[in-house]
Design a protein around this ligand. Structure first.
Ligand SMILES: NC(=O)c1ccc[n+]([C@@H]2O[C@H](COP(=O)([O-])OP(=O)(O)OC[C@H]3O[C@@H](n4cnc5c(N)ncnc54)[C@H](OP(=O)(O)O)[C@@H]3O)[C@@H](O)[C@H]2O)c1
Length: 313
């Protein structure tokens, strides 16, 4: 974390790093659907390696969502383009990839892309159990492992708290037996916060996923502090509110503070807002485009502000 005074020098360094990463990025953009070994990850500012409280493992603060963006048809050209998006994510130091059986073909497409990309062993695979039936959890889990081609999955959530009472003990069993590494619950759109509050105090969770962004800050009042106090990692979905925030702000001038912090676009600033919360572990923006992935990942080259400066955002 740095103070406002230090920003002048660190931001200059970050800009150089951004320029360096563009060399890397142009390599990624021209990648074919074949594996592209040997790329070095771009320089990530150390502030962006956040700690998972239950293990002290580090995680890069910008992950990747897959809802809609990876739910595509079996058209090979489109799937290979998504492979380039994923390769760009890994090349620029990405870790957490988030999906769900709820997202149509996304898990299958991820499996296709993972076979054609190199993660430099940074992939942190996160998916969900999403079914009203207890009996379906096991087969759904096996299908997720198959589709991704990953075992063990790093993190499994109960999606939208659906059938929580039966799925949460199941996730606990899987964690104890080593089938998964972490367990959590997810929600979004500010839904079911009262229930979340209770669950965050039960101390059995490693992760909670919720919505928190520039326009939707309610989670910072009670949920995020509760997660911090109970040693639970916070993953933020919808950092762009499905892209609506970018459409809303893009024709307005960037706030002075955004430029001071090194942000050059609204997308960068909106994402920076989310990951700069000291108790947010990572955000998982979704994109179908290499250029947007580059822009999103470049946020991790900027130092994070101290609490006083963060309060001005
Ligand atoms: N209950 C749950 O568990 C839950 C609920 C909601 C979401 N999620 C997870 O969270 C992830 C993120 O949420 P989300 O997909 O709803 O919304 P989001 O990440 O807030 O927004 C995605 C949209 O932003 C656009 N975008 C991304 N980067 C951009 C950039 N640099 N410039 C301009 N536009 C950009 C994308 O369009 P382009 O494709 O054109 O870039 C896409 O339409 C999901 O994919 C999913 O994995 C989980």
């Amino acid at each position: 974390m740095v103070s406002r005074r230090k920003f002048i020098s660190t931001t200059a360094t970050s800009l150089l790093a951004t320029m360096a990463s563009h060399v890397l990025v142009s390599n990624a953009s021209s990648a074919t659907s074949e594996p592209t070994a040997g790329k070095l990850p771009a320089a990530i500012h150390p502030d962006h390696f956040k700690t998972i409280p239950s293990s002290a493992e580090k995680l890069p603060s910008v992950g990747m969502g897959t809802w809609i963006t990876f739910d595509v048809t079996d058209n090979e050209r489109i799937r290979n383009q998504r492979s380039r998006v994923l390769q760009t994510f890994f090349d620029l130091g990405g870790g957490m990839v988030d999906s769900s059986p709820m997202y149509g073909t996304a898990e299958e497409v991820l499996g296709y892309c993972l076979k054609r990309t190199h993660s430099n062993d940074t992939l942190f695979a996160a998916s969900k159990i999403w079914t009203p039936l207890a009996i379906e959890a096991g087969p759904q889990m096996a299908n997720t492992e198959n589709l991704w081609g990953v075992q063990p999955m790093d993190l499994m959530y109960v999606h939208n708290l659906l059938n929580l009472n039966s799925h949460l003990p199941k996730l606990r069993d899987w964690k104890e037996s080593g089938r998964i590494r972490y367990l959590g619950i997810s929600t979004s759109h500010g839904r079911r916060h009262a229930e979340l509050e209770k669950l965050l105090q039960s101390k059995v969770l490693d992760f909670v996923q919720l919505t928190y962004n520039y326009d939707q800050r309610i989670a910072e009042e009670r949920l995020i502090p509760l997660a911090r106090d109970n040693g639970i990692a916070v993953i933020v979905n919808r950092p762009f509110q499905r892209g609506h925030l970018i459409d809303k702000y893009k024709n307005q001038p960037l706030p002075g503070i955004a430029k001071e912090l090194g942000c050059e676009s609204w997308a960068q600033f909106l994402l920076y807002f989310t990951v700069s919360h000291p108790d947010v572990t990572a955000a998982i923006p979704a994109t179908s485009r290499v250029a947007h992935m580059e822009e999103n990942m470049s946020v991790m080259q900027l130092p994070l502000p101290d609490r006083q400066m963060r309060a001005e955002l």
